[in-house]
Write a protein that binds this ligand. Structure first.
Ligand SMILES: Cc1cc2nc3c(=O)[nH]c(=O)nc-3n(C[C@H](O)[C@H](O)[C@H](O)COP(=O)(O)O)c2cc1C
Length: 358
């Protein structure tokens, strides 16, 4: 199936504008989501016992280890259908408190020779309030077949000093609809955002969000929502150690490592266009971050590995370095819609081998 995509469909798709094709892919999945019985049938096929191995993490059950990375479903339009592609969770967003259009087009660039893309979208989205309304009409927590992660970021118009209240407000609006929340401080496309990875800002942001999370849980007499942080691959080991200390201090539930890189490993594209690079050239950097975090935390902090998975073996390497789950996005652009299911199957097969479960 991957060959069919790579030989016939991909050349056709790649003749068209990358953002247009992305929007059409979202449209197609949205159409599929209008037929829940078909989605369920395809899910059942992908998650049949020989192909899936459920994983319990943060008190949630994931049907398999592969998730859709943030940035694909930027407006919560198509996620109910992604189980049909084999994904065992989806992270949607990034959503910001204020609706925003993002950066001017063009803002997505392909590098087929490197199996990479550069994006500088800048979080275009309808804003947390509209997204919350949209999610209220989608399958709720009790009727979902996989956990839904909601990724929140800072609105462009909000100054850095007020970032924590911007994030908190988004958290309040979206928490009821999320199975877990991911705090994004690592996109290179919102000016100043990555400064939030610095010690003072980060500690304040995570403490404030976790307090809000606890108060909500006490008020509703439920468990706290799992809260994760998504980090950049461009941090030094010293910075990673600092981030780890803050994440542990704020009792976060895990880290998503990593977002896109502002560097150009392998010289992809040169200095222009500016933006975040993802895909194959990112793999070693992301693996390095996961390896460092897993060792420095003594394997106690759950890590979702993301960055450059372009074959099933890459996903296995993330697991070997200490990740509990993986996410992908760019690999699907190059390998096609059957790729997530293939990765999920391969990891499930390894699980059975390692755990001796079947
Ligand atoms: C076009 C595009 C848009 C993205 N938008 C977001 C985003 O809005 N929020 C976010 O946290 N990550 C975003 N990402 C990063 C991905 O979630 C992922 O962490 C990164 O691309 C590495 O994985 P990959 O190499 O499998 O794509 C985006 C990635 C791409 C390719």
């Amino acid at each position: 199936m991957d060959i069919l995509y790579e030989k016939i469909l991909r050349p056709l798709f790649f003749r068209q504008n990358p953002e247009d094709i992305h929007d059409r892919a979202v449209g197609a999945l949205r159409l599929l989501a209008a037929f829940p019985w078909l989605v369920r049938l395809m899910e059942a096929w992908n998650q049949r016992p020989a192909h899936a191995y459920p994983v319990n993490l943060f008190g949630l059950q994931f049907p398999n280890r592969v998730g859709l990375a943030a940035g694909f479903d930027k407006n919560a339009l198509c996620w109910p259908a992604v189980g049909a592609l084999g994904f065992g969770h989806a992270e949607i967003g990034t959503f910001t408190l204020h609706a925003q259009g993002g950066n001017p087009r063009p803002r997505l660039f392909r590098y087929p020779g490197h199996e990479a893309v550069v994006n500088r979208y800048g979080f275009p989205n309808a804003g947390a309030e509209t997204i919350a309304r949209r999610l209220a009409h989608a399958p709720d927590k009790t009727s979902r077949s996989f956990p839904l992660g909601v990724n929140i970021g800072k609105s462009k118009i909000t100054p850095l000093e007020e970032a924590h209240s911007d994030y908190t407000h988004s958290f309040r609006l979206l928490a009821d609809h999320a199975d877990f929340i991911v705090v994004n401080i690592s996109s290179p496309n919102t000016p100043g955002l990555r400064e939030l990875q610095g010690r003072a800002h980060l500690a304040q942001l995570l403490d404030t969000l976790q307090r809000e999370n606890r108060e909500r849980a006490d008020r509703l007499r439920i468990e706290r929502l799992p809260l994760l942080l998504k980090i950049a691959p461009d941090l030094t080991f010293a910075q990673l150690e600092e981030v780890l200390a803050i994440v542990t201090g704020a009792r976060l539930d895990g880290i998503v490592a990593t977002n896109t890189t502002v560097e150009r490993p392998g010289g992809v594209g040169g200095a222009e266009p500016q933006g975040g690079l993802s895909g194959r050239p990112l793999l070693e950097k992301s693996l390095g971050v996961v390896r460092f975090l897993a060792r420095a935390s003594g394997g106690r902090l759950p890590i979702i590995g993301s960055g450059g998975i372009s074959c099933v073996a890459d996903a296995g390497r993330f697991m070997d370095e200490g990740a509990s789950l993986v996410q992908l996005y760019t690999g699907m652009i190059y390998r096609g819609p059957f790729f997530p299911a293939a990765v999920a199957r391969s990891l499930a097969w390894c699980d059975r081998k390692w755990v001796g479960g079947g």
